[in-house]
Ligand binder design. Structure first.
Ligand code: ADP
Length: 264
């Protein structure tokens, strides 16, 4: 089951600390996990890598405010032969022993998230109110959620009663040498160019003190690297992939342009 959700090849993941071992221990202890950190910092990639390593399918749900409990759990569908129940992604993961990843979980409404509570304590079960079935979690089922604490409005934080059911790993930007290794690998560029891109990243992150909402993510640096590998110049590639998406503020744009020129 869920064979479409199995990763066939090892997703490249460059550990920053001991997160691979810690995640494996949490999975063995069946402890649901929160991955928190800025966007593009490797949360999803770690999960893909761990799903491959643990040999479990990975079912990902991008959370949003219009998501209902039925979107997670399942719904009755009207078919020519009558109504049939269709499991939602969470229920499929619970039944068949997948890792269920709720990406950007704080975007979901609190009443939707209540559905996950019985899965996150020793009961490990999912009551399907609409069918009356109680689905006991497969031993390999693991619930993981992610969010970015950086741009969290207070009302969008996870409820204490939800939070305290999870273990958590915090992600930041990797140190420059490691980040350059990741950029070189993912963008297919040489080490020296990757190091220059990483310096752009670091300089942009320093602009947070000047009012930039968030500095360039590793993902952005990789995208710039790919454009350069495809023949675009350093400054236009970084302008397109990093500076222009990051801000609309003219002063911050100028500051970003200046730091690109410094690395050009
Ligand atoms: P998010 O934290 O938003 O889930 P991702 O995991 O999707 O971010 O990371 C964005 C991209 O950055 C990935 O597709 C991958 O190319 C790269 N990346 C970031 N951190 C790492 C890492 N530690 N090892 C390998 N790739 C990484």
């Amino acid at each position: 089951m869920l064979s479409a959700y199995r990763l066939r090849e090892e997703p490249y993941y460059r550990p920053v600390g001991d997160e691979v071992g810690l995640f494996a221990a949490a999975a063995a202890a069946r402890l649901p996990m929160i991955l928190k950190g800025p966007t593009g910092s490797g949360k999803t990639r770690l999960l893909e890598h761990m799903a491959w390593r643990l040999g479990r399918p990975l079912v990902t749900v991008a959370c949003h405010e219009d998501m209902s409990a039925a979107d997670l759990v399942g719904r009755w569908l009207l078919e020519p032969a009558g109504t049939v129940w269709q499991d939602g992604p969470l229920t499929r993961a619970v039944r068949h022993g997948a890792i269920c990843y709720l990406d950007e979980v704080v975007e979901a409404r609190q009443d939707t998230l209540v559905a996950i509570h019985p899965l996150t304590d020793s009961r490990r079960m999912l009551p399907l109110e609409r069918t009356g079935e109680v689905v006991r979690a497969h031993p390999d089922f693991l619930l993981c959620v992610s969010y970015n604490p950086g741009y969290q409005a207070a009302q969008k934080d996870l409820k204490e009663s939800t939070k305290q059911r999870f273990g958590a790993l915090a992600f930041g930007y990797p140190d420059p040498a490691r980040e350059a290794e990741i950029v070189a690998h993912e963008a297919g560029v040489e080490a020296a160019l990757a190091a220059r891109l990483v310096r752009v990243g670091a300089a942009s992150r320093a602009l947070v003190a000047e009012g930039l909402a968030e500095g360039a993510s590793t993902r952005m640096l990789i995208q710039a690297g790919r454009l350069i590998a495809a023949g675009i110049g350093f400054v236009p590639a970084c302008t397109l992939a990093v500076a222009t998406p990051l801000t609309d503020d003219p002063a911050l744009r100028d500051a970003l342009a200046a730091l690109l020129d410094a690395q050009a």
